[in-house]
Each structure stands twice: as structure tokens, then as C-alpha cells.
Write a protein that binds this ligand. Structure first.
Ligand SMILES: [Mg+2]
Length: 448
């Protein structure tokens, strides 16, 4: 593996939303607890371990969960509370290293390589963090320590609940070898079946398989990538996202493109990523910025301010596409992306004001304070019937179409959490002729 050995720690709270409910209400402890959308179309966001014993899983329709576990406590998510605890938990992480990459409200990668001199080796740091999270929040965090992200995350999963699993330095390939190939990132059902047909069911068997046989089964490019992963070669860095003043995504085209259609496809894909990341961290933003870099590296950005903050892929996508009319689509483009800023609680520009790149964003008061004025935006317009959930979750503040939309988004998020970001795609993208597994990796997340 290239570069000096790293110490990567993956941390994940156990059944986070459900655990918080049990923490706050002692009567729920030891009982099955299911957090999610409670309507007929709702989905499960989180299930306590007591509920999982009945087969209840996140992303499952709530209706089904009710059949499996009728005695469970079914609760609406309380994102404000989860966010508050999440802030405290991430505060603990950052005492040990500034290199913290949030994956969701309760899950993160830490690069503790440079912290070892001060705080001890990886297992020592992970144990200290778990203890501090327990003492300061009352919640159990599982942790995995390894030299690479892939192994650290799998280690955490294997040790749940309330576990600490360590992959010793130099031991990554041996740790991975006995595990099913489905554990590798990027191996979905289709690939798994193709590998099974040539007799490969474990990561070790994949690593040992001759490159030519593997390439014949799943294609040369994927074969190369999976063999590297199977050998424990995962050079991805921990990318800190602490500033969190904006959430963006962009892609560089393999070859320069001309015209709106290829840009729209990128914007659709990236709006999905941005929306999911916003929802995972309980944030919404009002300013949507389109970024286009031409073949000659000239960069233009165009931004618009929404009437109300959003975390909805579709709204982000529409706003970004709306800006395409303000850039020159006749020139070859090498990169496109979309960013959402003006996040909840930050100063933002007045609604409806479109600005060019570099235009000042006026501090006209916290966006959060204006939320109520536009409360029903995007919903079914019957916000008065909402039952006290100020912010969307399994079910949103609106009724009807708005609620269904939020249930759908929650389901997509839950699936992506369990099976990887590219499991679930908008139908428009699947029409592209590519399976989700074949989508290009995003090369860089934009940050401001
Ligand atoms: Mg978790």
C-alpha cells in the first residue's frame, strides 16, 4: 500500500434514533422502539435492537414493521434532539483529531494518524472516545480501527452493538479474506451473483483469483478495482467537513461536453448526493449555486435563493437547472456541479434574489427565523394539520404530497445508509442505460 500506515477510526452509534428515545424515556428501555414515518406510507428510520429481534429493519415500510412487531413503541423522529446529541458526539471526536469526516448524524471516519503521539495508538484512542461518548451522552458508540476506511467500517459493523474491533497494522487483507464479497464497496447483488458463478464467495477468494478470470466475469476495470480493495488497498483519505457552511458535489467529464443534457444528468446525480447529505446532517439551505468550468478552465457560477430552505433533491436539481439558462451552453464544458449554502441558522440573502458569482450575500437575518413564513412550501399546503413536527423526517410538516415526498426521501436515505449511496437512483438516471454500480465515482466533493 502506498504511503505510511494510517490509523483510521470508524465510529457509529448503535440504533441512534431509537437509542436516543430510550435514553430520554426510561420507560422505553428494554422495549422494542421503532422510529419513522407513522402513516400508511411511512418507513422505518431506526429500530432498537429489541425491535430488530423481530426482523424489523430500517427502510422497511412501517406497515410491515407493525405486523412484525405490534408491541413496539412507534415514534416520530425528533431531529432537533438527534442533532443536539450529534453535535456533542462530534465534539468528542474532534478532541482527538481535527480530521473528522461525518457520514451521517451518528457516523464518522476519523484519521487519528497524527494523534497517536499525544493520545496513544488507535485502539487506545477509540476506547477513550467510546468511553467519553458514553459518559457525556449516555449512548453506545461502536468503533472499528484499521489502516484503511473499508476495513474500519466493516470492523465497526462486526462488533455491533457496543463493540470495539481492531484490525492490526498489516492485517487488513487477512481480516477481509474470510468475509463475503458482498461486504466490499461496490459489490451489489448482480456482481455478487457473477462472482459466485466463477466460484468466488469470499473476499480472500477474490483477491486470489487470476486477474484474467476476474476480468472475464465482471469486466477489466471493475476487476482491477475490486482486487485492489480485496487486498486491503483503499487509499481514500478522511475528508474533514467541519466547516459545513455549504454542501456541494461536482463531476469532471471524461471528455468535454456541449449542451444542456449532459450537464442536467450531472446536476441530477449531484443534487441527489447533496440532498442526502443535507438530510443526513439535519440541515437545509436556501442558496443553490450552479458551477460550470469550461474546457479552457474558465469558471462561472450562478446562484439563486429559494423562498424557503430545502433538503429535497428535486428542488435542488430544479434550482440548479434553472441557472443553466444563464451560462453559455455552446462552449465545451469540462466540469459541472451544484452547491447548497445559506444553511439553517446562517444569514442568507432575501428570497428570490439571483446573484452572479462573487455577489455579496446580505446578512438579512437568520434563515431559520423566516422558515415559518414559508412553512408550507413544497408541502401539500395543509401544514396546519401537521402534528407538531417542525421539521421533516419520516413524515414532513406538510400533508399529502409533501408527506409522501418526505417518506420517499427517508426510504432512499435509509437504503443508501444500509447498502451504499448508489443503491437507489432516480428513474431518470437508470434510463441512462447504466446500472447504479457503473456510475462514475464523484471525484471530489466541492467545498467552500
Ligand atoms: Mg448508527
Amino acid at each position: 500500500m502506498a504511503g505510511p500506515p494510517r490509523t483510521i477510526i470508524h465510529l457509529d452509534l448503535d440504533a441512534f434514533y431509537a437509542s436516543v428515545e430510550q435514553l430520554d424515556d426510561p420507560a422505553l428501555r428494554g422495549r422494542p422502539v421503532i422510529v419513522g414515518g407513522l402513516s400508511d406510507r411511512g418507513v422505518v428510520c431506526a429500530a432498537s435492537y429489541e425491535a430488530r429481534a423481530f426482523g424489523v429493519r430500517s427502510a422497511m415500510p412501517t406497515v410491515r414493521a407493525r405486523r412484525l412487531c405490534p408491541g413496539a413503541a412507534f415514534l416520530h423522529p425528533r431531529f432537533e434532539r438527534y442533532g443536539e446529541l450529534s453535535d456533542r458526539i462530534f465534539g468528542v471526536y474532534r478532541r482527538y483529531t481535527p480530521l473528522v469526516e461525518p457520514l451521517s448524524l451518528d457516523e464518522a471516519f476519523l484519521d487519528a494518524t497524527a494523534s497517536r503521539a499525544l493520545h496513544g495508538d488507535g485502539p487506545t484512542i477509540a476506547a477513550a472516545i467510546r468511553r467519553a461518548v458514553r459518559e457525556e451522552t449516555g449512548l453506545a458508540a461502536s468503533a472499528g480501527v484499521a489502516e484503511v476506511k473499508l476495513a474500519a467500517k466493516i470492523a465497526t459493523d462486526l462488533g455491533k452493538p457496543d463493540g470495539l474491533t481492531v484490525v492490526p497494522p498489516g492485517g487488513t487483507a487477512a481480516f477481509l479474506a474470510p468475509l463475503p464479497v458482498g461486504r466490499l464497496w461496490g459489490v451489489g447483488e448482480v456482481t455478487e451473483a457473477a462472482l459466485r458463478r466463477i466460484g468466488i464467495s469470499t473476499i480472500g477468494a477474490l483477491a486470489a483469483c487470476p486477474a484474467s478470470a476476474l476480468a472475464a466475469a465482471i469486466g477489466a476495470e471493475r476487476a482491477r478495482a475490486l482486487r485492489a480493495l480485496a487486498a486491503g488497498d483503499d487509499p481514500r483519505a478522511v475528508v474533514p467537513d467541519e466547516a459545513a457552511r455549504s454542501v456541494g458535489g461536482e463531476e469532471t467529464f471524461d471528455a468535454d461536453v456541449v449542451g444542456a443534457a449532459p450537464l442536467e444528468r450531472v446536476l441530477l446525480r449531484q443534487a441527489g448526493r447533496v440532498g442526502r447529505r443535507l438530510r443526513a446532517t439535519g440541515r437545509r439551505g436556501r442558496v443553490v449555486t450552479l458551477k460550470v468550468k469550461y474546457a479552457d478552465f474558465a469558471l462561472v457560477t450562478r446562484r439563486t435563493t429559494l423562498a424557503a430552505p430545502t433538503d429535497d433533491d428535486r428542488e435542488i436539481y430544479r434550482a440548479a437547472c434553472g441557472q443553466l439558462g444563464r451560462v453559455d451552453l455552446g462552449r465545451p464544458v469540462r466540469l459541472a456541479g451544484v452547491t447548497v449554502s445559506g444553511l439553517d441558522g446562517e444569514a442568507a440573502a432575501p428570497a428570490g434574489v439571483d446573484e452572479e458569482a462573487g455577489g455579496a450575500v446580505g446578512p438579512v437575518g437568520a434563515a431559520g427565523a423566516q422558515l415559518d413564513l414559508f412553512g408550507a412550501a413544497g408541502g401539500g399546503g395543509r401544514g396546519g394539520e401537521a402534528d407538531g413536527e417542525a421539521r421533516g423526517g419520516g413524515e414532513g410538516a406538510g400533508a399529502g404530497a409533501g408527506e409522501r415526498r418526505r417518506s420517499l426521501l427517508a426510504a432512499i436515505d435509509a437504503l443508501a445508509d444500509r447498502f451504499g449511496e448508489r443503491t437507489v437512483a432516480p428513474a431518470d438516471l437508470l434510463d441512462d442505460g447504466a446500472s447504479p454500480e457503473a456510475w462514475p465515482r464523484h471525484r471530489r466533493r466541492g467545498r467552500e
